[in-house]
Design a protein around this ligand. Structure first.
Ligand SMILES: [Fe+2]
Ligand SMILES: [Fe+2]
Length: 301
């Protein structure tokens, strides 16, 4: 992965920095937007239960054609009725077009699926669980590596530093670097999310957040070329409290008593939250990042 030069990195070079790519483009016949070197990647926010899986099936195959996507990462930590991933729900997500399924704090909720995390399937759990935890937090498929790490602010305790672990995983790839490195940072605090983005800027293609289920309007390419968004959002029911049935969540807040959370109405209005990242595979850095959000009423399906 090459680091993108910044104006001011070397003396004298604001003009050169801005003009050089244009000269190279005209002189050598390539454009920073040449499709040949571009990888178009979609990263999809947490799939919540059956409405989330239905929405993925309805939206993703068409998007893959429409946007000419080369690679798709889907966060599947809530795919099975809100709690973890099963073999069946993972298959549904792969059939819909996912290349990799990333995870989070709910990944281990489905005990029967835990052995599969050590198998051949590209299903991740966060990489910074203690050594010896089943599963893996990094996978490489062709030119693309995906790293999944989990935060430590307002999140379950006991995990290693996501900063240290992400750094180590990237260093371990340096002998044979992939063209593209995508990071799914599963965490609650916007500050922790942004900090990892800046920490990895210029070393990975993208750092995107998952877990809050609320998409943020801060897509940007950081100065050294890493695409960033604080949170992708979720793919699931619109009329819900971050995917769960409103009355279940309200009962918890109003009575402080335990109450099982169910995924909200199905069928009903559903949302699909994702970002598309356009990466120049020669540098591994991002040309652009933009939100890809869709809404459908699954009652019409
Ligand atoms: Fe989630
Ligand atoms: Fe989560």
């Amino acid at each position: 992965m090459l680091d993108r030069a910044l104006p001011g990195d070397s003396p004298g070079d604001l003009v050169a920095w801005r003009v050089a790519p244009l000269i190279a483009w005209r002189g050598q016949g390539w454009s920073p937007h040449d499709r040949k070197w571009r990888m178009k990647i979609l990263m999809v926010g947490d799939i919540v239960g059956k409405p989330g899986r239905k929405m993925l099936r309805r939206v993703l195959p068409e998007l893959k054609r429409e946007l000419e996507l080369d690679f798709v990462v889907v966060n599947g930590e809530n795919a099975a009725a809100g709690f973890g991933t099963t073999e069946g729900t993972a298959n549904e997500m792969f059939d819909a077009g996912a290349d990799v399924i990333s995870g989070g704090n709910h990944t281990f909720d489905q005990r029967d699926f835990i052995p599969a995390l050590d198998g051949e399937w590209p299903v991740l759990r966060p990489a910074n669980y203690p050594e010896g935890t089943p599963g893996r937090g990094v996978v490489r498929i062709g030119k693309v590596a995906v790293i999944n790490v989990q935060g430590r602010v307002f999140m379950p305790e006991g995990l290693d530093s996501p900063f240290v672990v992400a750094n180590r995983l990237i260093e371990e790839m340096e002998d044979d670097p992939p063209a593209v490195i995508l990071v799914d940072f599963h965490t609650e605090a916007t500050s922790e999310q942004a900090a990892l983005g800046w920490y990895l800027d210029g070393r990975v293609s993208a750092v995107v957040g998952t877990h809050t289920h609320v998409g943020t309007a801060d897509t940007k390419v950081l100065p050294r070329g890493t695409a960033f968004v604080t949170d992708l959002g979720m793919t699931g029911p619109v009329n819900s409290v971050i995917g769960s049935r409103v009355e279940d969540v309200l009962a918890r807040f109003l009575t402080a008593m335990p109450r099982r959370l169910n995924v909200a109405e199905d069928p009903g209005p559903a949302q699909f939250n994702a970002v598309m990242i356009d990466v120049d595979e020669r540098s591994g850095l991002a040309n652009s990042i933009e939100r890809v959000d869709r809404f459908l009423d699954l009652r019409d399906a």
